[in-house]
Design a protein around this ligand. Structure first.
Ligand SMILES: [Fe+2]
Length: 207
């Protein structure tokens, strides 16, 4: 008998049709008119300012639909159904030719994306193994290799439909390749638990 055990996997949650069509249309209409922040990695990518759920009834409605996912996903990260809150939300408008550089989200534990428009297959969110390290690296990387979960550097997430949501640990590096399709609009968010407790060493968080 032989077996291979995938050690310490990273949870990635995908929930389809979390936001309904009317809410998605309302968010697109309202927030695509409030994008004010340029992105340093691409002239074709703009964001809204960081928003709180209370900033708009549309965000309150979105938060009510997203909130149930947080303790469920958070239990995978921390082994307990903690209280969670959406800390900030923002809308990204990625026009044709735009891209989002590789990044992760600081001062947060769960991050997520709600896809509002259709996404071109080439502009799906890509997740990367952490590129860290300051030493020389060795690789076996050429046309003849088979790529799998143990040697891949990146993973291209499934093609989302409008209203679909993904959740991932905030430390996970991610990016959006050049968008050859139409304007791609997404709502991103960060969430924090009420607290973490390591045998009495306890930290509390507030957004
Ligand atoms: Fe991000």
């Amino acid at each position: 008998m032989q077996e291979v055990i995938g050690l310490f996997p990273t949870p990635f949650m995908r929930a389809t049709r979390v936001l309904g069509g009317d809410l998605v249309a309302g968010l697109i209409d309202h927030f695509s008119r409030s994008v004010t922040q340029a992105n340093s990695s691409s002239p074709n990518l703009v964001h809204t300012a960081l928003l709180r759920p209370g900033d708009s009834p549309l965000l309150v409605e979105a938060a009510e639909l997203l909130n149930p996912l947080l303790p469920e996903y958070g239990a995978l990260l921390f082994g307990e159904r903690l209280g969670w809150s959406l800390k900030e939300m923002w809308v990204n408008v990625l026009d044709t030719g735009g891209r989002q550089a590789m990044h992760n989200h600081a001062n947060s534990f769960i991050s997520g994306v709600v896809y509002l428009t259709r996404t071109h297959a080439d502009a799906r969110t890509v997740f990367m193994r952490s590129p860290g390290g300051t030493d020389f690296a060795f690789k076996n990387d050429h046309a003849g290799i088979t790529t799998g979960p143990y040697n891949a550097d990146k993973w291209i997430s499934p093609l989302p439909e409008p209203g679909d949501v993904v959740l991932f640990p905030s430390y996970l590096m991610h990016a959006v390749p050049i968008n050859p399709g139409e304007r791609r609009i997404s709502l991103a968010f960060n969430a924090i638990p009420t607290h973490l407790d390591s045998w009495g060493y306890r930290v509390s968080f507030s957004g």
